[in-house]
Write a protein that binds this ligand. Structure first.
Ligand code: CA
Length: 254
């Protein structure tokens, strides 16, 4: 059972993963896989990321995206929802289903106006989504924010938090249910740690966004609901410990 380092530095040629306290982290060239079938937009995004000192890897379709993730080990994937052949949802689902790629940070981009597409995207494990058309400045801010969130451990590594047969292990960045590792995304992990660390305490969606997701970008509070639903499914019989407090937010019950 592999234990991914947050920030998906594992398998990269770098010997040290990005860390919050590492002053060189900001200067590191993060590899961003940009999956976009619209040539003009792909070019614009690649240009914007390169200007920020990142290393964009351009990609035009879903099959190529899956191959490039394995070959190039990007630090983050920017994934268009509507793609010819394998669409973004399917790419996201496959990346999440593989132990090797389950924790790669993913931002999904959708051209459709319907919020349901974004909700589906988060439901299959994207960490964030952006609605098209988006500004390149906002895109860069989102990418930076997610890279930072994924690199920082949600708390100092210590003893795993245990509730019955559920173990939340910050040192290994892993959630185990009855001894078996559960694939959770970086955002889901942070949310779970945050709630489970203070059982019984009610947190508003705004607080959870602030503490577990990050407020340096505009994210709708409803995203929290989608991440919580995904967590509940993954936690099986422990899922109902994540209690909805109507009109307020959530709490973890012991
Ligand atoms: Ca498209």
């Amino acid at each position: 059972m592999g234990h991914a380092v947050p920030g998906s530095a594992r398998g990269s040629p770098r010997s040290v993963g990005p860390g919050a306290e590492d002053p060189t982290w900001k200067q590191m060239s993060h590899r961003i896989l940009v999956v976009e079938d619209e040539p003009d937009l792909l070019e614009a995004v690649v240009f914007a990321l390169r200007k920020e000192g990142m290393k964009p890897i351009p990609c035009k379709d879903g099959e190529e995206a899956l191959r490039l993730v394995k070959e190039r080990r990007p630090d983050l994937v920017l994934l268009d929802l509507m793609l010819p052949g394998l669409d973004g949802i399917e790419v996201c689902r496959r990346l999440r289903a593989s132990e090797e790629t389950a924790r790669i940070p993913i931002i999904m981009a959708t051209a459709k106006a319907e919020e349901t597409d974004a909700v589906i995207g988060l439901g299959v494990g994207a960490d964030d989504y952006m609605r098209k058309p988006f500004g390149l400045k906002e895109l860069v801010a989102r990418v930076r924010s997610l890279l930072r969130r994924s690199a920082e451990p949600p708390e100092a590594a210590g003893q795993p938090i245990r509730y019955g047969e559920l173990e939340i292990d910050s040192a290994r960045h892993e959630v185990r249910l009855r001894g078996k590792s559960i694939p959770v995304t970086a955002t889901e992990f942070r949310l779970l740690v945050y709630l489970a660390r203070n059982p019984g305490r009610v947190y508003s969606r705004a607080q959870l966004l602030d503490k577990a997701v990050g407020t340096d970008v505009i994210v709708i509070e409803r995203n929290i609901d989608v991440h919580i639903s995904a967590l509940r499914r993954k936690l099986e019989d422990y899922g109902d410990r994540l209690l909805t407090i109507r009109g307020v937010g959530y709490k973890f019950v012991e």
